[in-house]
Ligand binder design. Structure first.
Ligand code: UD1
Length: 344
């Protein structure tokens, strides 16, 4: 066994895939989640995939005393991967205080308690949203941070600054900040995957739910962008590839290999795929015809963004391996499994 890792938000989409990879790599995992946007079904799925049931504690990271008790019980936590956050861009515009409270307090509580309990290492889930609309693509980590388009995006920027300032103040903390592009797909076993509450805001769950008949039609937000087919371009990164990068980040910090106390990496494929291209791939691999229509642009959308992942490729030795066809097929398999189980 390689040591104990605390995963906050570990029953959620990216969190659950990361728990699988951590356990496969020999780590002992403690999962906390407030279950506001997930259920413990993912713990069952993790157990079916890995044969190991991670310890799960229902806990909100905003609950400082609850967190303190957790650290007292698990005084041997070697590292934290902090996923727990609210992440709906539109909702954040409607309820900014909820987003600032949830997403900022949770990190502050963790950073506050870590030195007290001798935990030095934290991996933070950030987003390419911190770049805003890039001046050029692909975009690397040295690109300027642009003013955030939403309170959600702002919480990611502020969280990055909170980490930097805390380290600068002399706190014995090291961090790896991972900026995700667009995580999609599901575990190849279809035991875990993305399961948004209510109407999906993100593209891929909306596609698969439309194909299976839960949603009547997908709206494609805009075909008049300055891109080859007029639809927006994103860097869709397979969620298992993404999860594996977290294990490498933890290995790196626990092995004292970090070159700086705060390191930042883009996690993407390096390839831009348009919304219409993605729909095409989906139709091909699922053998279904998707009912979609082009509508107006969605407010706050970025026109095109894809990663320059060279820094992660060379320094972490991590590269996205899965192709977009297999990734979309995994998302479809997951949607079919949800129906089989009567969940959706
Ligand atoms: C957004 C956020 C990102 C956040 C992520 C997680 C922005 C600019 N980015 O990513 O920071 O981490 O959500 O929730 O807000 N689309 C459609 N129809 C749909 C849904 C989406 O055409 O029904 C299009 C969008 O216009 C966009 C693309 O699909 O061009 C991807 O959208 P989405 O999956 O929501 O992700 P982002 O907006 O890239």
């Amino acid at each position: 066994m390689k040591g104990k890792i605390l995963v906050t938000g570990g029953t959620g989409y990216i969190g659950s895939h990361t728990v699988v990879e951590l356990q496969n790599a020999g780590y002992t995992v403690v999962v906390i989640d407030n279950l506001s946007n997930s259920t413990t079904d993912s713990i069952d799925g993790i157990e079916r995939i890995t044969g190991i049931r991670p310890e799960f504690i229902e806990l909100d990271c905003n609950d400082l005393e609850g967190l303190r008790k957790l650290f007292q019980k698990h005084s041997d936590i070697k590292g934290i991967i902090h996923f727990a956050a609210s992440k709906a861009v539109g909702e954040s515009v409607q309820k900014p205080l909820l987003y600032y409270r949830n997403n900022l307090n949770s990190l502050i509580n963790l950073l506050d308690l870590m030195p007290e309990f001798g935990t030095e290492n934290i991996v933070f889930s950030s987003s390419c949203t911190v770049y805003g609309e890039p001046d050029q693509n692909p975009i690397d980590e040295t690109a300027p941070i642009k003013p955030a388009e939403s309170p959600y995006g702002n919480t990611k920027q502020i969280n990055e600054e909170i980490i930097r300032d805390t380290v600068r103040s002399g706190s014995p903390i090291k961090s790896i900040i991972l900026r995700y592009f667009n995580p999609v797909g599901a575990h190849p076993t279809a035991e875990i995957g993305e399961l948004p509450n209510g109407v999906p805001q993100n593209l891929v769950p909306f596609i698969t739910q439309t194909a299976i008949g839960i949603r009547e039609q997908l709206s494609v937000f805009g075909n008049d962008y300055d891109t080859p087919d007029g639809s927006c371009i994103r860097d869709f990164i397979n969620v298992v590839d993404l999860a594996k990068a977290h294990v490498i980040a933890i290995d790196r910090m626990l092995g004292n290999k970090s070159e700086d106390k705060v390191e930042i990496f883009n996690l993407g494929t390096g390839k831009g795929v348009s919304v219409l291209e993605l729909i095409n791939v989906f139709e091909k691999v699922s053998g279904t015809k998707l009912n979609y229509k082009i509508v107006g642009r969605r407010e706050g959308d970025i026109e095109k963004i894809w990663a320059d992942p060279k820094h992660a490729n060379t320094v972490l030795g991590w590269t996205a391996k899965e192709n977009i066809e297999d990734t979309m097929a995994s998302a479809w398999k997951w949607q079919l499994r949800l129906r089989e189980k009567g969940i959706m």
